[in-house]
Design a protein around this ligand. Sequence first.
Ligand code: NAD
Length: 234
Amino acid sequence: MKMQKIVVLSGAGISAESGLQTFRASDGLWNQQRVEDIATLQGWEKDPEFVLQFYNERRKEGRAAIPNAAHKALAKLEPHFSVTIITQNIDDLHERAGSSDVIHLHGEINQSRSSIDPELVYVIEHWAMKMGELCDKGSQLRPNIVWFGEEVPMINAAIPVVEQADIFMVIGTSLNVYPAAGLVDFVASSAKKYHIDPNGLTQKNTHGFHVIPKKAGEALPSLVQVLLNEADSG
Ligand code: NAD
């Protein structure tokens, strides 16, 4: 029998129980900094050193963090389902929990890229990026993060994957950031849809989803067990 396809759209909330702060859209701050200063091209052009420092801190804490029960539960699905995780997160906790097919919509904290050519991407082995580190074309390296106002190239890879989902889960995202939030519109009407977020009942664009208003680390191990039991008996 053909394996069912599970597609997950995750956001900052899934990493909250690993100690990483979420992004609070309501007051426009991320780790006490104004979004304009640390997550826009204008912020980078105004003070690149400050922006590098901000992401150096995120890289340091991201590497120290460990995958939580939610990341681990998702990884357990893989032998029984075809699973793709589409994440808005820049951390690598899904991969470190064992998930093998992860699409990062908004970039990766452990990568740098050229500031003149987005195709020139490098893995960061050390933890602190510095001014004066150059790409092969001679421009300053910046974090490989998609900032507000920039294109989200991976959305084109994500849409057809969402369309194939038999089971679709939205986990730990406020669904405020587009185009990522618009992915819910591409889910087939026949798919089973879950929304896991303590504030899920108040979010507007997941009508028709089965809402589980709990923390991801509390809700996912049992949901995953139910799905694994169903796969066994099917
Ligand atoms: P968001 O901060 O806007 O929303 C977080 C959501 O997670 C909220 O709806 C909140 O209710 C929920 N939440 C909080 N704790 C939870 C838990 N334990 N379990 C389940 N849900 C929980 O985040 P977003 O929608 O992902 O958008 C923020 C943007 O900031 C993204 O683009 C992302 O790239 C970036 N970001 C990434 C990280 C990371 O990589 N870990 C951290 C902060 C921000």
